[in-house]
Design a protein around this ligand. Structure first.
Ligand code: ZN
Length: 564
């Protein structure tokens, strides 16, 4: 498929093409027909909502050779010249790149001269909020006494940054985010004309991801088209945008509302595993919940839904969940959104938010540390119980003391685990590990756990089901019964390491690993050692079995049951 960017090809050329802003385009058209237009306009609104397109269409319409007209003819030399930028009476200035006072002074000097090719000089200043104070003052002088043949159109995404003295001299139009329905309709027209097959679900997902900006929608659509093979499907769009499908949002919301923590955590894990952006997911979920709330309170506002598409499942969900619950969930997610900005492990905060929402904790506990600790501890205990039930029939028999063979099912299970095991780091620790280092840790472990519980109960809860399994001079490998605790423990890494250093008199960096993976890794390491030593000590066959010796060196006698 050879392609020219859709948003270029389909840039609006007449008022009728400007999607979702009829409240503005009609007013402008009426003013044009009655020749009662203002000399300064301020077009404000989110990016991609048609501000500069509308400005250019306005410039064409008032200068069209057939004026007064409702729409530019797009055929006369005035329309064509303005469209391609060859008529110097219509000037587009990007304030983001030309924010100097000089530029505006230049306008002030030339503004008094009559236009050369068309009736009106039109200055379109995009991102006008970027102008310097000096430039604003120069602009203000011009706006105070505008010549009759000059029109200013100021466009901005951030009107609050514009001096009131400027705003008060403009007729202001606020461009709205384009509604879901309007964007889909417009894209249907476009893909129809371009002869590209795109499913309705795919277009709906594009519109959702574009957040009301048509330009963004068309670039996303472009990407999805080049990404897909033939017909553009929902999945292609979700891949391109990193968004989460409404189906998944519905399932997660349901699980949260029904306090099915296990299910909610599995879903979160799945989507992060699938490469979805965690921040994007939280954002999507907030807006989805907002839509549920909106639809619950005012079903007639169906067109104002931001994230949700009206389906039976959505309607069912809005009937099921309770409004107060949604409000609290949104406030938890908001907090989570703040927190994940500053972390490298956003998943941990999402998991905590999941626990909080499913448990429906009021936000006020944030100010009361003790209750937070109680609550988190309770949740982690609850979580452990939930997880135990999944782990009842583990694919690998544990606790025999013998090195485990990797069962085929393990790899499938591991793909669900988003905690990335630092295999290389652990191998490094193993190569430097000593029995004495491990014994030193084991000797203080029980006291350490007691002290940790007193100092930081949530941190304690995360390592409760872990076991010091190998130690070097610098690091400690902790084998965890449950995978989920590996990432949760890392969240308390500093607390744990600090206390450990206090009690051990030495700093060790903790490295969590799920126990099953630890068993495999240990076995692999021992086998490698064995084969190396076999080469070196082929004569010394009277020695202790090198496999056992190595294992003993690593984990110490008491942890190693030797069979046969
Ligand atoms: Zn024309």
């Amino acid at each position: 498929m050879s392609y020219q960017a859709l948003y270029r090809v389909w840039r609006p050329r007449s008022f009728n093409d400007v999607v979702g802003q009829t409240h503005i385009t009609r007013t402008l058209q009426n003013a044009i027909m009655q020749e009662k237009f203002s000399h300064a306009y301020l077009f404000s609104g989110p990016r991609g909502t048609g501000k500069t397109s509308a400005a250019k269409i306005f410039a064409k319409t008032i200068n069209c050779e057939k004026a007064p007209v409702l729409e530019p003819c797009n055929e006369c030399s005035a329309c064509l010249g303005i469209q391609d930028g060859s008529i110097s009476d219509v000037i587009e200035i990007d304030a983001a790149s030309n924010n100097g006072v000089e530029q505006i002074r230049d306008i002030r000097d030339k503004v008094k001269y009559a236009p050369s090719a068309v009736t009106y000089k039109v200055y379109i200043i995009d991102e006008v909020h970027m102008l310097s104070i000096g430039a604003f003052n120069a602009l203000l002088k011009t706006l105070e006494e505008p010549p009759k043949h000059v029109i200013f159109i100021l466009a901005t995404t951030e009107p609050h940054k514009i001096p009131l003295t400027i705003i008060s001299r403009c007729q202001r139009f606020d461009f709205k985010r384009i509604s879901q329905v309007s964007m889909v309709e417009r894209m249907q027209t476009i893909v129809g004309a371009e002869n590209v097959a795109v499913t309705k679900e795919a277009l709906e997902a594009v519109a959702l991801a574009a957040e009301g900006g048509m330009r963004d929608a068309l670039s996303l659509l472009d990407q999805a088209i080049s990404y897909s093979d033939d017909q553009v499907e929902l999945e292609d769009v979700l891949t391109v945008t990193g968004s989460v499908s409404q189906g998944l949002l519905t399932e997660i919301t349901k699980a949260l509302y029904q306090k099915d923590i296990q299910q909610a955590l599995i879903k979160v894990d799945d989507l992060i595993q699938a490469g979805k952006d965690p921040g994007r997911f939280v954002f999507d979920l907030i807006y989805y919940l907002r839509d549920i709330l909106l639809y619950k309170s005012a079903p007639q506002l169906e067109n104002n839904l931001e994230r949700a598409i009206m389906t039976d499942a959505f309607k069912e969900l809005t009937e099921e969940v309770d409004a107060e619950w949604i409000q609290r969930a949104i406030s938890e997610l908001n907090q989570c959104q703040q927190e994940i900005r500053w972390t490298n492990s956003p998943k941990v905060f999402i998991e905590i938010a999941v626990l909080k929402i499913a448990d429906q904790v009021s936000n006020t506990v944030n100010n009361e540390q003790n209750s937070v600790i109680d609550v988190l501890t309770r949740k982690l205990e609850h979580l452990e119980k939930e997880l135990t039930s999944i782990k009842q029939n583990p694919p690998v028999v544990q606790g025999s003391g013998q090195p485990q063979q990797a069962a085929p099912k393990r790899s499938a299970a591991r793909s669900k685990n988003s905690y990335k095991i630092p295999y290389e780091r652990i191998r490094q620790v193993l190569s430097e590990a000593s029995k004495q280092d491990l014994k030193n840790v084991q000797a203080i472990w029980a006291n350490f756990m007691d002290a940790l519980k007193k100092r930081n109960a949530p941190a304690h809860a995360t390592v409760q089901n872990s076991k010091p399994s190998a130690a070097s001079d610098k690091a400690l490998v902790l084998a965890f019964k449950y995978e989920i605790h590996c990432s949760l423990a890392l969240d308390h890494k500093q607390t744990i390491e600090l206390l450990l250093a206090e009690m051990l008199g030495k700093e060790l960096s903790i490295i969590p690993i799920p126990n099953n993976d630890w068993q495999e890794l240990r076995e692999e390491f021992i086998r490698k050692q064995k084969s190396q030593e076999d080469d070196e000590e082929s004569k010394d066959s009277q020695q202790d079995d090198p496999l056992v010796a190595e294992a003993r060196k690593l984990v110490g006698d008491e942890l190693l049951e030797i069979r046969e």
